[in-house]
Design a protein around this ligand. Structure first.
Ligand SMILES: Nc1ncnc2c1ncn2[C@@H]1O[C@H](COP(=O)(O)OP(=O)(O)OP(=O)(O)O)[C@@H](O)[C@H]1O
Length: 248
């Protein structure tokens, strides 16, 4: 099993001209844990995720993945991401785009077709991105992020354009996959239910610049396929809603 990397953000900041997108922000994500970031629009979630991905450098502060700068993890293919706007290569088929995720990480592509099936794209492996709907492109991007069995997986609203039924199925099928690989996962979502269902921990963020207003551990029996119908799930969802409302 791949061991996930711990992620440490120590007083990171980011400014875009007059906008203080991230003020000194500190958090650590435990190796192998799935953490959801939930907070109001524009509070800085994507910017934090992009800094963890090494796509933006913090203006100040320290950010490490397994004790090293993000580019180290990126360079050896230990980092994968699926963001809201899937950046698939338009001239490659779905299968070739997904396989590229493995090639870039210098890992064996494993069973690309099994992953294509898992994200519900069976029959579309030889299609190009322009021939897919937005939700299908997102699912291809999710498959591409999972094919390399990353040590750190960053998901920014990955199911935003996916229809409700498929989203529900992905919510059931994908977490066991990344958990079995031991990945450290940071997930940005606007869905409280999704945050509780997918994560070991939910962090509620304040309006910009984000600070952590609640840090809620999630202990649910994930083997229970009807866990969303349990009182424990309702209680946790209520706790998350209440924390969000308190700081709205
Ligand atoms: N490249 C950029 N240039 C200028 N401003 C930016 C840039 N990226 C983000 N911002 C600003 O930084 C702030 C935080 O944006 P960010 O996308 O991180 O928020 P968010 O919490 O992810 O929002 P949402 O939930 O709506 O996706 C916003 O005010 C946004 O306008």
């Amino acid at each position: 099993m791949t061991a996930g990397l711990d992620i440490l953000c120590d007083a990171i900041t980011k400014r875009f001209d007059a906008t203080e997108a991230v003020a000194p922000f500190s958090v650590s994500f435990g190796a192998g844990q799935t953490t959801a970031l939930v907070g109001p629009s524009g509070c800085g979630k994507s910017t934090i995720l992009r800094m963890i991905a090494g796509l933006e450098a913090p203006d100040s502060g320290t950010l490490t993945l397994g004790g090293a700068p993000p580019k180290h993890a990126a360079r050896r293919g230990a980092l994968a991401m699926a963001f809201q706007d899937p950046s698939l290569l338009p001239w490659r088929t779905v299968r070739a785009n997904i396989a590229l995720g493995a090639q870039l990480a210098r890992k064996s592509a494993g069973d690309v077709d099994a992953l294509i099936d898992l994200v519900g794209l069976a029959g579309f492996a030889d299609h190009r991105p322009a021939e897919l709907s937005g939700g299908m492109r997102q699912r291809a991007a999710i498959a591409r992020s999972l094919i390399s069995a990353p040590e750190v997986l960053l998901l920014d609203e990955p199911f935003g354009a996916v229809d409700a039924m498929t989203r529900r199925r992905l919510n059931e099928d994908l977490p066991p996959l990344w958990r079995s690989k031991g990945a450290t996962v940071v997930l940005v979502t606007h869905s409280v239910q999704e945050a509780v269902l997918l994560s070991d921990r939910v962090l509620i963020l304040s309006p910009r610049p984000a600070r952590i207003v609640a840090d809620i551990p999630v202990t649910l029996d994930r083997r229970d396929t009807s866990v969303v119908d349990t009182p424990a799930f309702s209680t946790l969802s209520r706790t998350v809603f209440d924390a969000l409302e308190q700081d709205a």
